[in-house]
Design a protein around this ligand. Sequence first.
Ligand SMILES: C[S@@+](CC[C@H](N)C(=O)[O-])C[C@H]1O[C@@H](n2cnc3c(N)ncnc32)[C@H](O)[C@@H]1O
Length: 172
Amino acid sequence: MLIILQLILLVLAILVLLWLIFLLSPALFGGQPFVPTDYNVVKQMIKLASIKAGDMVVDLGSGDGRILLAAVQMGAQSIGYEINPGLVWYSRFKLWQSHVGSRAKVYNKNFWPADLSRASVVTVYGFSTLMPRLAQKLRRELKPGSRVVSFHYQFGDWSAQTRIGQVYLYKV
Ligand SMILES: C[S@@+](CC[C@H](N)C(=O)[O-])C[C@H]1O[C@@H](n2cnc3c(N)ncnc32)[C@H](O)[C@@H]1O
């Protein structure tokens, strides 16, 4: 009986430790804190970018993978770059549970050095001060006609084609 109690306490202690690592990850690994996009907003992003079969969707800072999964459910392929290893493994688990196979991939990498030239759609949320630098990278690397969907933050000198609430669609 005592051993079972000790085992339960050990498992609880490990879970608390993992949760603390998860919360402290931005401080440990850099990047911004994980603030997930609301699922209704994810739907708006998918709709605004008209994501469909044949698209290659890249989410910059893919968090728990919710945009990657939503894109695959529309028939697209998706790639996420995420700097926080806790979120990388969590999103990989979620994608595995959803049986998406190789249609979605998550790289535990900083997105700045990533080559985005294969993307037909790029999604982004959470980089207010970084938008000017990101605009330059997207202009340099994306094919003409690629779509960029940003939640909450706008690209200063780009004009959005259209918007739904705080979701902005740009064409490169
Ligand atoms: C605001 S959250 C958005 C998460 C997800 N895209 C969503 O919409 O639910 C931003 C994410 O970007 C990640 N991140 C920040 N800087 C990054 C970088 N340079 N490379 C890769 N991931 C980064 C953070 O760890 C965080 O999970």
